[in-house]
Design a protein around this ligand. Structure first.
Ligand SMILES: Cc1ncc(COP(=O)(O)O)c(C=O)c1O
Length: 360
């Protein structure tokens, strides 16, 4: 593996300010003292890995990413375990998904061990930033972008891989309360052959107007339908979706290249199957969702992802009106799966799958 040079920040945030910041960090606003930067040049490969003081980047106005959006990222968390140590959850899965995104965007592979070491080193050096609040984590953002200075539509020959960290509390304000979602009827997120399965910044840029529409209608999140028939439920702006039926079965939309293969989604399917529940990966239409919620055949629905963990969906709205799910609060299966997952992530429950990756 390439060597990492570790240069601690000479002027870190002072302890009193840090303690005040992490007491109520919110999400994505409070950043730590360090970052990781690794350079890539065609012919030379990855080199010059640095763990260094977090600082602004200076970019030439012709830097390729600013024009052609060759950029990908990951979202993962470091959890504080009961014994005081820190751990990652399935970082190998993040590394693999990162490289799948890289391949789709014609970017170079980051070796899995380099990806994981970069994240580990940042958590180690910034461990004082863990928020001392319930559900407090370090949210980690590995990303890569085309740093070559040129104008022209072709894959760049130079990239930066970076990791930054942010002290994080719960993603939704009323965490574990049910969210309301808005069905996007004018905008789609991804089409077959597109970039829906890649975690590239452009997907999120394209989703913002639909999320803004959801917010304007008073809803928490947007749910996207497929781009061909405009009827099959795909996923939320930043979360996968699950449906729970009165007969005890669970369903989630299949991975077909248009949705992000969520690591939380995968873990929950495993946990549910181990609990004896029947889990289907099968298309589900928005009309069927309404019919089943109204008849009582569907009793719970939830969204899941690293940031939001497992969040119950209470109501679904669109131009055709709205419908409620179950009693409008967290259902039993949703709560049970959430608790099981959180207990494994925080080391309270045994990890029978090799998912918990201790640091240090
Ligand atoms: C569009 C989208 N879908 C689903 C997810 C959930 O993925 P994961 O469980 O790996 O966080 C995310 C979050 O990363 C996302 O951005």
């Amino acid at each position: 593996m390439i060597p990492f040079t570790i240069s601690p920040n000479a002027t870190p945030v002072d302890a009193a300010t840090r303690v005040a910041l992490i007491a109520n960090p919110g999400f994505g606003k409070v950043f730590t003292d360090h970052m990781v930067v690794i350079k890539y040049t065609e012919g030379q490969g990855w080199h010059d890995a640095q763990v260094t003081a977090r600082a602004p980047l200076s970019l030439d106005p012709a830097t390729a990413v600013l024009h052609y959006a060759q950029e990908i990222f990951e979202g993962m968390k470091a959890y504080k375990l009961a014994d005081g140590s820190a751990a990652l959850f399935r970082p190998d899965a993040n590394a693999k998904r990162f490289n799948a995104s890289a391949a789709r965007m014609a970017m170079p592979d980051v070796p899995e061990d380099v990806f994981i070491k970069a994240v580990e080193e940042l958590v180690k050096i910034d461990s004082a930033w863990f928020p001392p609040v319930d559900g407090g984590t370090l949210y980690l953002r590995p990303f890569m972008f085309a740093s070559e200075v040129f104008l022209g539509v072709r894959p760049a020959k130079e990239y930066l891989f970076m990791v930054i960290a942010s002290a994080a509390g719960p993603y939704f304000k009323g965490d574990a309360g049910a969210i309301s979602i808005w069905t996007s009827e004018h905008y789609t997120r991804a089409a077959r052959g597109g970039t829906g399965a890649a975690k590239c910044g452009g997907n999120y840029a394209a989703s913002l107007i639909a999320q803004a529409e959801a917010t304007a209608h008073g809803h928490d999140q947007v749910v996207f339908l497929d781009a061909v028939e405009n009827k099959w439920v795909e996923e939320l702006g930043g979360m996968n979706v699950f449906f729970v039926f009165a007969d005890g079965t669970i369903q989630t939309p299949p991975l077909g290249g248009t949705i992000l293969p969520g690591i939380t989604r995968d873990a929950l399917m495993t946990l549910a199957r181990e609990a004896g529940l029947m889990v289907r990966e099968a298309p589900y239409s928005i009309d069927q969702w309404r019919t089943d919620a109204t008849s009582g055949a569907l009793v719970e629905a939830f969204a899941c992802g690293t940031a939001a963990v497992v969040t119950p969906i209470g109501t679904v709205a669109g131009t055709a009106g709205r419908f409620a799910i179950g009693a409008g609060g967290p259902g039993q299966i949703t709560q049970k799966l959430r608790q099981q997952l959180v207990d494994i992530q925080c080391g309270v429950a045994a990890d029978g799958h090799g998912w918990v990756h201790k640091i240090g």
